[in-house]
Design a protein around this ligand. Structure first.
Ligand code: NAD
Ligand code: COI
Length: 331
């Protein structure tokens, strides 16, 4: 079989090389992302492996159809950037890699939470300003005394629930389809109850259109002013303008944002102009009770290894049997 991989990051390349060494199949990898131009390189290949947060567009799928390539195996979890209607029209089946390391993302949410509770950005800011005494003034909160509300109790949410519980926090959870067999150390409640009671709100739901702005001004208005919002899921879950306004007015205690609402547009502009320029991002960046990270919650050695190996296995399943356990057909 001939496989072409796109979006190969420097840290993934040793794993691609290792996989190719262990396999009798051909693997060609490129650092460039898959788009209407780079899809041309896939001509003559049997399947595509890919990882990016920018869109998988109709133009890409049309070309895949023309080249007779029926399988696209994603190395990541989220599929919100896939034009599924165009894929279906072109006869392309898609798989994701749903469990490359749920704990990587859950640990990152926990990290953001602890840093904000102990007010680390404020401390660091004073130290950088050579104000040692000023840096001693930020009294923290202990996670074990907080109520944490986890929205979405899937693979990552379950790992997060267990971690927060391990720190002694009271954990509330909301998920319309909870996994009864998981025996989670959390009290399942309705979303409004979670939003009203939680000191920390931690999001682990997909960025599907139905979840767009699940955290909007109305939801924020129900939160306690001591609430922290943590988002390592997808940017569209939060109305960022409403979040910024609430933070400016002191109606929220802080936020940890790994997935930013305008990430895709800003990234596309960054690729074109070299600038990640965005007024709301800049506003958040200037706040000492906010931590922004560039969509790196997944980024651990374990996760990167598994993303490469699991996704290539999914693609081989597709190519040899026509299907794979991780095939995704809907948004
Ligand atoms: P999952 O499919 O295992 O779990 C998602 C859960 O959310 C499901 O149980 C579902 O019932 C629930 N859900 C959906 N809509 C909901 C709603 N409105 N309210 C409450 N619950 C809802 O997915 P997962 O593996 O846990 O991943 C969750 C998300 O994390 C992914 O969709 C992806 O967007 C994001 N993610 C981010 C990173 C990162 O690096 N920041 C990495 C991996 C995944
Ligand atoms: C995912 O796996 O869904 C992620 O968010 C990680 C990656 C796209 C950066």
């Amino acid at each position: 079989m001939k496989i072409i991989a796109y979006g190969a990051r420097v840290d993934e390349i040793p794993y691609f090389r290792q996989w190719a060494k262990e396999s009798s199949d051909t693997l060609e990898f490129h650092q460039e992302l898959l788009d209407a131009r780079t899809i041309e390189w896939a001509k003559g290949f049997d399947g595509i492996n890919c990882f990016q947060t920018t869109p998988y567009s109709a133009a890409v799928f049309e070309k895949m159809g023309q080249y007779g390539i029926h399988f696209l195996a994603l190395r990541n979890v989220g599929t919100d950037n896939v034009d599924f209607a165009a894929a279906k029209k072109a006869g392309v089946s898609i798989s994701n890699t749903p469990a490359y390391s749920p704990t990587a993302i859950a640990e990152f949410s926990l990290t953001l939470t602890l840093q904000l509770l102990r007010r680390m950005p404020e401390v660091a800011d004073k130290l950088l300003a050579d104000d040692y005494n000023g840096a001693t003034q930020f009294i923290g909160r202990e996670l074990g005394q907080q109520t944490v509300g986890v929205i979405g109790a899937g693979r990552i949410g379950q790992a997060a629930i267990r971690m927060f519980n391990g720190f002694g926090a009271k954990v509330l959870a909301y998920d319309p389809y909870p996994n009864q067999k998981a025996h989670l150390p959390a009290e399942f409640v309705d979303l409004p109850d979670l939003i009203r009671q939680a000191d920390v709100i931690d999001l682990h739901i997909p960025g599907i259109p139905a979840n767009d702005h699940i955290i909007d001004e109305a939801a924020i208005a129900q939160m306690k002013p001591s609430t922290l919002i943590i988002n390592t899921a997808r940017g569209n879950l939060i109305d960022t303008a409403a979040l910024v306004q609430a933070l400016l007015e002191g109606r929220l205690a802080g936020a940890g944002i790994d997935t930013y609402e305008r990430e895709t547009e800003d990234l596309l502009a960054l690729n074109e102009t070299g600038h990640f320029s965005d007024p709301l991002w800049d506003e958040l960046l200037s706040m000492r009770n906010v931590i922004l990270t560039p969509h790196i919650a997944y980024y651990t050695q374990t996760a990167v290894h598994n993303m490469v190996y699991y996704s290539l296995q999914n693609l081989m399943d597709f190519l040899t049997t026509g299907t794979t356990d991780t095939e995704v057909s809907t948004k």
